[in-house]
Design a protein around this ligand. Structure first.
Ligand SMILES: Nc1ncnc2c1ncn2[C@@H]1O[C@H](COP(=O)(O)OP(=O)(O)OP(=O)(O)O)[C@@H](O)[C@H]1O
Ligand SMILES: [Mg+2]
Length: 283
């Protein structure tokens, strides 16, 4: 095992159990069932990739974990503690579960260092000196040394995304929730981002819940991949990617990777077709 994986502080935190979750939106009485009796186990320190067609209910599930909205039934626990479920329909948002948004959420008027320090300073659990040291150490780990005085607008989109992840990790979360963070990137930039994310992951080993439409991205990054049904979503197949970390991009040409792509691409395609057909009927 990679040395940095063994020394990780987050090991043992961020185990999520999603049990029979149902979420129905009811805009003006036209009930939309987005999630249907969805169950999924995510181990602490695991990268769990959620793959599914557009509109199937992926973001809905993420929002339920984050506490951005309620669920109708079922439960979600983290490390054995109820986030939402019977008697508590909506999880309380907290810095133990941080969402990294697709369009980024860095403060444009703050430099990188101040962006990184913001969360822990607000939390007030550590002194400024300690927070600053942590920021510099995390910047070094993520290949961001030298960017501390830059403002987000002065950074390339790739570096900005790395800062966003590090900013989330500065709060010492148990789980990072990523909703298609690299959707808008070209495939070359994406591959660089993937390696950078894994580098950061090896050093922090935080649980990652990562939504994507891109099966190759899912298999490259994840050690668990949940392929979701078309709406309402629940896992159609959950597989373990038995390719050891650390992974470099050359893995995508390996036979094992190609076999996994082949094993899963038809499933993803089938659900996309169902989703498209349902859209045609509704639209
Ligand atoms: N606030 C809401 N009120 C009513 N319906 C909603 C609401 N949010 C989402 N929906 C509907 O719930 C379904 C699932 O939406 P969701 O955003 O979770 O899908 P998704 O899998 O994240 O899609 P995408 O891949 O396009 O991001 C969709 O049909 C969507 O229109
Ligand atoms: Mg979504």
């Amino acid at each position: 095992m990679n040395e940095s994986l063994k020394t990780n502080q987050n090991m043992g935190r961020g185990q999520i159990s999603i049990d029979n979750v149902v979420k129905i939106y009811d805009p003006e009485g036209a009930a939309v069932m987005a999630v249907d009796h969805c169950s999924l186990e995510i181990a602490a320190g695991e990268i769990c990739m959620i793959v599914g067609p557009s509109g199937c209910g992926k973001t809905t599930l993420l929002n339920a974990i984050a506490g951005f909205h309620s669920i109708n039934s079922g439960s979600i626990t983290m490390d054995g503690q109820l986030l939402c479920g019977p008697g508590k329909p909506q999880a309380t948002p907290g810095s133990d579960r941080i969402v990294v948004f697709q369009n980024g959420a860095l403060f444009p008027w703050k430099n990188v260092l101040d962006n990184l320090m913001f969360g822990p300073v607000m939390a007030g659990k550590m002194g400024r000196k300690e927070i600053k040291e942590k920021a510099f150490s995390m910047m070094a780990d993520a290949g961001l040394s030298g960017t501390e005085n830059n403002f987000p607008g002065e950074l390339s989109s790739g570096v900005r995304r790395r800062v966003e992840i590090v900013r989330a990790l500065m709060n010492d979360p148990s789980v990072l929730l990523l909703d298609e963070p690299y959707r808008a990137l070209d495939s070359l930039t994406k591959s660089v981002m993937h390696e950078a994310l894994l580098d950061i992951y090896y050093k922090n080993k935080v649980t990652i819940f990562f939504i994507t439409h891109d099966l190759q991205e899912a298999l490259f990054l994840g050690n668990k991949v949940a392929i979701m049904t078309s709406r309402p979503c629940k896992p159609k197949k959950v597989l373990t990617v038995d390719i050891p970390y650390p992974r470099s991009y050359s893995v995508v040409t390996d036979q094992r990777f190609r076999d996994l792509m082949e094993e899963t691409s038809e499933l993803v395609h089938e659900e996309a077709k169902k989703s498209f057909a349902a859209g045609e009927r509704e639209g």
